[in-house]
Design a protein around this ligand. Structure first.
Ligand code: HEC
Length: 164
């Protein structure tokens, strides 16, 4: 098993603790989201955010080559180009992490999803072979870093976009 993840030590701790011990690991919600991503066929039906039109080397402790995808609701908000201070309900960002630029076997998958409220995000991470690592609202491990971003997004800005 490869332990290259956002936080290998935490992954290991989560695995050892088991699902019952960790509030940041809602197995059912995670499974549902993963299923939805599969039926959405996100690689073909979602779009790329500004500045991420292809697989790029992430500038973060995620530390991988990453592909970033956003759903139609975010694309519409970007196209409208009206100033907003939070991404709309229904927004979803998906990141696939890879060891190399042309790797075909994904190392990890992380998602920020906003199903019901603009006050928070649902955070999820899957590691090797899509094993669930985190799934939950306001997962503090994720939020700590993402607090820096506009509406907690680190790789692109809220509209209006001025030629990024
Ligand atoms: C140590 C800091 C850090 C931690 C911890 C972290 N992230 Fe990130 N994340 C980033 C940075 C920086 C980016 C911007 C892309 C890049 O440069 O790799 C990013 C990008 C993302 C993106 C693409 C949207 C965006 O915000 O740019 C998603 C989705 C994401 N992370 C989800 C998660 C989830 C889920 C967790 C927790 C399981 C998590 N991240 C933990 C730093 C972090």
């Amino acid at each position: 098993m490869r332990l290259r993840s956002v936080a290998p030590a935490l992954l290991l701790a989560a695995a050892l603790a088991g699902p019952f011990a960790c509030a940041d690991r809602d197995v059912e919600a995670g499974e549902e989201l993963l299923k939805e991503l599969g039926s959405d066929d996100f690689r073909n039906s979602y779009s790329r955010p500004p500045g991420w039109d292809r697989r790029l080397r992430g500038d973060s402790p995620h530390g991988f080559w990453i592909d970033v995808y956003i759903n139609d609701i975010m694309v519409e908000a970007i196209d409208a180009n009206v100033p907003i201070d939070a991404w709309p309900i229904g927004s979803r960002v998906v990141v696939e992490g890879w060891a190399t630029e042309d790797d075909e076997e994904r190392d990890f998958l992380v998602v920020m999803d906003r199903p019901t409220s603009t006050d928070s995000w649902f955070w999820a991470e899957w590691g090797d072979e899509d094993a669930l690592v985190y799934a939950g609202d306001g997962v503090s491990h994720c939020v700590v870093c993402h607090d820096e971003g506009e509406d907690k997004i680190r790789s692109f800005l809220l509209p209006p976009l001025t030629g990024q």
